[in-house]
Design a protein around this ligand. Structure first.
Ligand code: SAM
Length: 268
């Protein structure tokens, strides 16, 4: 096992909280993440290589690893920890600024994502990869409460995030990862989740926006939220009646499948 703490200290690395830098060094846990994500023989994209600890666990198994890291002060560290792997490509771009089409073009083949995500951009990153034409699955560490919201099918945790993920993927929580398993230790526990894309399903910008509009004000009815977004009230009422739903239904009372159906009916 590489002594990551020692290598970081040798390169005088200073952790940046603003970049969500909470690293993992435990080889057992890192192997578990790589295996759960399906790294074996795959083309893998990792967001946030950090000191290269998860990258190494992936690179040992994958056909190809494309790792993104925006903190260039980590590059000398990564040279040391990943130098031996010929299947690793390192990118210094911010994936969110690149956009999904450019990321897909850079990778150029079907891929999966495996990452210990920087928490401050978890939701936009997941949404970006669910819009990709090439990404088949996303396995990532997220804050436990975000994992609960992503996997909820009803109740208080069910909302726009749950519906937009479940419209195009089957989410599952693989395991909880306690805060003390990271360095430095974050304030809350995390969970490893795996999102498997439903074959042929891609989160379009239109569907993503529509779902956000449905849940814009949770206590309002769906009709009120959608008319506030500029959709004609009679058209919404007709579509709801076609779905067998009442005019006073709220978004959280409709399952994801019905929200997807509703968007299709409103587009007709
Ligand atoms: N993979 C490493 C591990 O598990 O120990 C590091 C994970 S750490 C939670 C997240 C990493 O993402 C940090 O190294 C941070 O610098 C990097 N990062 C933050 N924002 C990023 C972005 N927009 N694009 C790529 N990497 C980013």
């Amino acid at each position: 096992m590489a002594d990551y703490a020692e290598i970081l200290s040798k390169h005088k690395f200073k952790f940046k909280k603003s970049l969500g830098q909470n690293f993992i060094y435990d080889d057992g846990l890192l192997d578990e993440i790589a295996v759960a994500g399906g790294a074996d023989g795959a083309c893998v994209v990792e967001i946030g290589a950090g000191a290269g600890s998860l990258s190494r666990a992936i690179a040992k198994r994958a056909k190809r690893l494309c790792a993104f890291e925006i903190d260039e002060t980590l590059f000398p560290v990564l040279d040391e920890t990943l130098g031996e792997f010929e299947n690793v490509q390192l990118f210094s771009n911010n994936v969110l600024e690149l956009g999904v089409e450019t990321v897909d073009m850079l990778i150029g083949e079907p891929y999966i994502v495996i990452a210990n995500l920087p928490y401050y951009i978890t939701t936009p990153l997941i949404s970006l990869f669910l819009k990709s034409e090439l990404c088949g699955a996303v396995t990532c560490l997220v804050q436990k409460e975000v994992a609960d919201r992503i996997c909820a099918t009803d109740g208080g945790d069910y909302g726009a995030l749950s519906a937009s993920v479940q419209a195009v993927a089957d989410p599952q929580t693989v395991r909880v990862v306690k805060s003390w398993e990271f360095d430095p230790m974050p304030e809350v526990d995390s969970a490893l989740i795996r999102l498997d894309r439903i074959t042929g399903a891609t989160l379009s910008d239109e569907l993503d926006t529509f779902i956000k509009q449905c849940f814009a004000q949770k206590r309002k009815t769906l009709v009120n939220n959608l008319t506030a977004a500029g959709i004609n009230k009679d058209v919404i009422l007709r579509a709801l009646s076609e779905l067998g739903e009442s005019a006073t239904v709220r978004a959280e009372q409709l399952g994801t499948a019905k929200l997807v159906e509703l968007e299709k009916l409103l587009k007709k």
